[in-house]
Design a protein around this ligand. Structure first.
Ligand SMILES: [Zn+2]
Length: 391
């Protein structure tokens, strides 16, 4: 069912993925990974630019932008070449940065998250250009080395940099691993937002036997946490699960059994759907805390967040990706908004974005690996999307 994408002279998705894995590009290091991308795209006629960003307190990061074609529409592929650390390398079956093949799999850190997905998009794009020439429109690549790290000098700045130069994107595919079990399971058409809040309840330290002389901060803390948890934030939407608040820690740090502590602290994180903006959510949480606190002295603060909820509404573009997946795998993918955040949260402010990549079962794990056959199938899927897009 898979149409071979690699043509003589064009590197295959497997070859590109293997070359990328052999660069130990643990954030913020690059170790030649973007050179691999630049070589592949430059050889196919893309105009390739390297962009380096820096910010106080964060490491400098290499990024890459490439484009072929001048006009619209512009289909952009986004991705990252950085990877999380291997951890204990001796726990791996093979050296995590050797790109070994065994049992029909390509092994190594980044195989699925997401050097494999990036390699498949590169192979698909250069094969399309080799066969059809410069597209009627444009294909762009936006590749960062700062997705797994602070994500300060990566996609956010690269998008702004592109906008300042007048670049316009119509649609984006981000090749993060989206399939839980098998290629074709799932397309992500949105992501929940994330907001972290911190509570400090101030009491008055004292003797357990003389509670009237003290103020126990744990009592109001329990009331507040109950108020935060008891009423649902919403009932969910057609494409999103209900927003969820989880208390991630409650700390008093009191080793004594005969002392009422002076303060209690708690942290919570909310994964929210597109019924909420961070501002609206902060207001709702503040109202609940204030209502439950009574006379207690409470500090409520929120960590700054750039993780807003977004949805790419089902329509022709989502259909085109889903149909390409079905044509190559025989399976109609579920349209999902589950899981953590990704760089799609930044891209969605510029153009509709859909995420589809490899099977994510081993991402960030020991013995990360992908099926070699899946790399070819994924490249064929991307190739179908490109062909349909410029037909
Ligand atoms: Zn990733």
């Amino acid at each position: 069912m898979t149409t071979p994408v690699a043509k003589p002279g064009n590197p295959s998705a497997f070859e590109i993925a293997r070359d990328l894995i052999r660069c130990a590009s643990v954030t913020p290091r690059d170790e030649g990974a973007l050179d691999v991308v630049a070589r592949v795209l430059g050889g196919a006629g893309f105009k390739v630019e390297r962009v380096r960003f820096s910010a106080p307190g964060t490491p400098d990061i290499d990024n890459l932008y490439a484009r072929i074609g001048d006009g619209g529409p512009c289909l952009m592929f986004a991705g990252h070449t950085d990877v999380v650390p291997a951890g204990d390398a001796s726990a791996w079956r093979f050296d995590p940065f050797s790109g070994v093949t065994a049992d029909g799999m390509l092994w190594g850190r980044g195989a699925v998250d997401m050097k494999g997905g990036l390699a498949a998009s590169l192979a698909a794009a250069i094969a399309h250009v080799a066969e059809h020439g410069t597209p009627r429109g444009s294909i762009a690549f936006l590749v960062t080395g700062d997705e797994e790290g602070p994500a300060v000098n990566g996609t956010v700045k690269l998008l702004e940099w592109a906008r300042e130069r007048g670049e316009h994107f119509d649609h984006c595919i981000l090749g993060e691993p989206t399939n839980p079990h098998a290629l074709g399971d799932m397309i992500k058409i949105g992501r929940r937002g994330s907001l972290t809040g911190r509570l400090v309840v101030h009491g008055k330290q004292g003797h357990v036997g003389y509670p009237h002389l003290a103020e126990n901060p744990i009592d109001p803390m329990m009331r507040i946490l109950t108020a935060l948890k008891s009423a649902p934030l919403d009932a969910g939407t057609a494409h999103f699960e209900p927003s969820n608040l989880e208390v991630t820690t409650v700390d008093v740090g009191n080793p004594a059994t005969n002392v009422i502590a002076g303060a209690a602290r708690a942290t919570f994180n909310i994964r929210f759907n597109d019924l909420w903006t961070p501002d609206a959510l902060r207001a709702e949480i503040t109202a609940r805390v204030t209502g439950a606190a009574g006379a207690a002295r409470v500090d409520l603060t929120f960590d700054s967040t750039n993780a807003v909820a977004f949805l790419t509404s089902p329509g022709p573009f989502v259909d085109a990706v889903a149909s390409a997946v079905e044509a190559e795998t025989g399976r109609r993918p579920v349209l999902s908004t589950s899981g953590g955040t990704s760089d799609a949260r930044f891209i969605q402010a510029f153009c509709p974005v859909v995420e589809f990549g490899l099977v994510g079962a081993t991402m960030h794990a020991v013995d990360e690996r992908c099926a070699i056959a899946d790399l070819g199938t994924l490249a064929a899927i991307y190739g179908r999307v490109i062909s349909a897009y410029f037909a």
